[in-house]
Design a protein around this ligand. Structure first.
Ligand SMILES: Cc1cc2nc3c(=O)[nH]c(=O)nc-3n(C[C@H](O)[C@H](O)[C@H](O)COP(=O)(O)O)c2cc1C
Ligand code: SF4
Length: 438
């Protein structure tokens, strides 16, 4: 394990993660001692429009993957329309490799609750929901406890802190489906329907939950809000880059010495992150990695110095996504890794549209054939052709995302595919696993 140089260590900017190591930070008494609910006391005295403006000025962009400007999204909520407004927090966190929201809710749930109250006040919502993935039992328990504590202290419920503002917050556990992280499928699921994406327009800002104006934001987005209220837009912008402001929690997993969450200003590079994580594991050299989960095209050792912000990663041909950097070495096989991701997409495809439902089904079978040593060069064209018919033709981002590892691994690692096809690499799957592959 290597020790990071002082200038690299200085790149750590713990903001959202700053309380995680404090004992019992998840309890309200500890949270209040560590500045907790100070932002709410400040925000509740401000005009809601000023809060929306503050979030616009901070340059905060959604932490759920797409990086949409948060203040702009809040500004889309029509005011004075006489309809109920809703805030829905997307805590589904299903993207492979992504693990920033669950630790936040486990270690510092009140920062999310406080963010929910401020954001709801800003968009004039009197009811908010946190939709949390069903398997995340421990985080949901901590969150429910935090919500109960906040009610008991008068931060939730009627006439919050004597402001006249009312808010009820419901923690709703999903049943564990990746598609329910897609915001419109999430809304259907919350309403009690099968979780499948809705046709847009109309967008949730006007026709969201129960056909009313709704903001859907990621956990990290909403948990950032109290810090922006306390620190101000300029302080927030002092971290990160011009168009990608603020700190970001990078989740590092795979062949590195110390996997975990590293919070740094947007724009840090993978080289620096690996250094912060103590280097690669002994005997492993970087071969490929995802910048933001498996739906983002793979990058390679050539991309170690790409700035990991929205613009930098896009310029390198990928997507920042959820900043889930999964790191693979020369001892890992990009063909097999892609096959395992495709198994996931195939399993999680909701089946609503043909390109994703059928395309992923067939691609899994082609991969099985290749990995069993029975593939042909034509199979590689079939994979690219199938991706061409999924990307941009699917009903939602799940289908598009499924093509990312396929096309990028073929772009950078075609030789690894050919090695299976031409017999230089021993088959990884047996004939028995080939059922339905032809
Ligand atoms: C298949 C799929 C899964 C998604 N899963 C999540 C998720 O688990 N959490 C999340 O915040 N956003 C997820 N998103 C993105 C959401 O649709 C939406 O863009 C996001 O919640 C908006 O919040 P933000 O603006 O704060 O980023 C997913 C999108 C797709 C297409
Ligand atoms: S792309 Fe896949 S997950 Fe999305 S609607 Fe189509 S079938 Fe469902």
């Amino acid at each position: 394990m290597t020790t990071p140089a002082p200038q690299t260590l200085a790149k750590l900017t713990p903001v959202l993660t700053k309380r995680w190591l404090s004992p019992d930070a998840w309890r309200i008494d500890t949270y209040e001692k560590l500045d907790g609910y100070a932002a709410l006391r400040k925000a509740i005295k401000a005009h809601p429009d000023d809060l929306i403006q503050l979030v616009k000025d901070s340059g905060l962009r959604g932490r759920g993957g797409a990086g949409f400007p948060t203040g702009l999204k809040w500004g889309f909520i029509p005011q004075g329309d006489g309809k109920p407004h809703y805030l829905v927090v997307n805590a589904d966190e299903g993207e492979p490799g992504t693990c920033k929201d669950l630790p936040l809710m486990t270690h510092d749930p009140h920062s999310l609750v406080e963010g929910v109250i401020i954001a709801s006040y800003a968009i004039r919502a009197n009811r908010a929901y946190i939709y949390i993935r069903g398997e995340a039992v421990h985080a949901a328990r901590r969150l429910r406890n935090a919500v109960n504590e906040a009610y008991a202290k008068g931060y939730l419920g009627r006439d919050i802190l004597g402001s006249g503002f009312d808010l009820d917050l419901v923690v709703h556990s999903g049943a564990g489906a990746y598609i329910c992280g897609e915001e419109t499928a999430l809304l259907d699921s919350l309403e009690g329907f099968r979780g499948q994406p809705r046709l847009r327009p109309p967008f949730p800002a006007t026709h969201g939950l129960y056909a009313s104006p709704t903001v859907v934001n990621n956990v990290g987005t909403i948990a950032s809000v109290p810090y922006i209220v306390l620190g101000g837009a300029d302080w927030w912008k002092s971290m990160g880059t011009e168009k990608s402001a603020g700190p970001m929690i990078y989740s590092l997993s795979g062949r590195i010495a110390n996997p975990g969450q590293y919070e740094c200003g947007l724009g840090i590079t993978l080289r620096e992150l690996i250094e912060l994580a103590g280097g690669m594991q002994p005997g492993h050299n970087l071969k490929f990695w995802t910048p933001g989960g498996s739906s983002t095209p793979l990058l390679t050792a050539e991309h170690l110095d790409v700035p990991l912000d929205f613009e930098g990663v896009a310029a390198a041909g990928s997507i920042l996504g959820t900043t889930a950097t999964q790191i693979f070495s020369d001892q890992d096989c990009p063909v097999y890794a892609t096959y395992r991701w495709l198994e996931f997409y195939h399993h999680e495809s909701c089946g609503k549209c043909t390109p994703c439902r059928e395309g992923n089904y067939w691609m899994v079978r082609v991969y099985r054939r290749i990995l069993a040593g029975q593939g042909t060069q034509d199979d590689l064209d079939t994979l690219l052709d199938t991706c061409d018919n999924i990307l941009g033709r699917s009903f939602c981002g799940l289908g598009d995302g499924a093509t990312s590892p396929v096309t990028s691994s073929l772009k950078y690692f075609k030789q690894d595919y050919l090695d299976y096809i031409e017999g230089r690499t021993a088959p990884k799957l047996s004939d028995k696993q080939l059922v339905g592959a032809h």
